[in-house]
Design a protein around this ligand. Structure first.
Ligand SMILES: Nc1ncnc2c1ncn2[C@@H]1O[C@H](COP(=O)(O)OP(=O)(O)O)[C@@H](O)[C@H]1O
Ligand SMILES: [Mg+2]
Length: 254
């Protein structure tokens, strides 16, 4: 299964992504944990060793490989660099989890960034369209790593929102972007819900069909985010009810 996670900053995308990765790994899935948010924090939230994280470069910054795989300098280079054999060289492995950092898509649209972006999209293509493993991709609200091509490989995009106007507004923008890209299943996950009033607010904004789940606010999750951890995310860091959410996702995508 290939799942993208998006939403406004601070709503809990990374916490939810890490929880889902943890739940999948616990069930024996091989999972690619992909950090595609420029505000990178998935590795630390997962509890990967900080010394390893500090030296893991994002895919987009790996100029040597970009050069090598895109056919050197000059005006002619491959738009489809071969990447399958090198993919695993740029991950931190932890049990059955492989963590990688994408880096931001280079903006500007000129040829100077074309190679880097082509390489990034080739890696995403490989992950989303060719690999058999589960892929969970923690993204920003811009979802610029998804293209018409790569979105074909995404089984579901889960848009996380808090019970606030602004984050719901962002969620709706992402729904539209994802739908324009042709993502097959677009779901909303309401997070940090404390009261019936908040639950009602979410239900007034999204249909039953759109809502994947409603996750309560959890003191232990917040407390866990203050800890400097090493070792995989434990029971305390995962959001409540993640196994049920995973069940639902698996049912929908299979
Ligand atoms: N269900 C929850 N209950 C309590 N706190 C939560 C919950 N989900 C996320 N948080 C907290 O909210 C903060 C932002 O979460 P984070 O996952 O970093 O958001 P994002 O990746 O969307 O920017 C973190 O401190 C996190 O611990
Ligand atoms: Mg985040």
């Amino acid at each position: 299964m290939k799942v993208a996670v998006s939403g406004k900053g601070g709503v809990g995308k990374t916490t939810f992504s890490a929880s889902l990765i943890h739940a999948l790994a616990k069930r024996g899935f091989n999972v690619y944990a992909v950090d595609a948010d420029p505000d990178t924090s998935l590795g630390a939230t997962l509890g990967l060793p900080l010394e390893e994280l500090s030296v893991l470069r994002p895919i987009i910054e790996m100029k040597e490989i970009v050069e090598e795989r895109s056919g050197g300098g000059g005006a002619f280079f491959s738009l489809n660099p071969k990447v399958d054999d090198i993919l695993d060289d740029f991950v931190i492995k932890h049990g059955n989890i492989k963590f990688m950092r994408m880096g931001a898509v280079k903006q500007g649209g000129t040829a100077c960034y074309c190679k880097e972006n082509s390489f990034l999209y080739a890696v995403l293509n490989e992950l989303l369209l060719d690999k058999k493993d589960a892929v969970i991709m923690d993204m920003s609200a811009g979802i610029e790593h998804l293209t018409r091509g790569t979105s074909r490989g995404v089984d579901m995009i889960i848009i996380v929102t808090e019970p606030t106007r602004v984050s719901v507004q962002t969620a709706k923008v992402v729904q539209n972007l994802a739908s324009e890209l042709g993502v097959r299943r677009i779901k909303i996950l309401a997070n940090k819900i404390r009261t019936d009033k908040e639950r009602d607010f979410i239900k007034s904004q999204f249909s039953e069909e759109e809502l994947l789940g409603i996750v309560p606010f959890d003191e232990a999750v917040l407390e866990n985010s203050m800890e400097e951890k090493s070792g995989l995310l434990g029971e305390f860091g995962v959001v409540p009810g993640i196994d049920e959410v995973l069940e639902k996702v698996l049912r929908e995508v299979s």
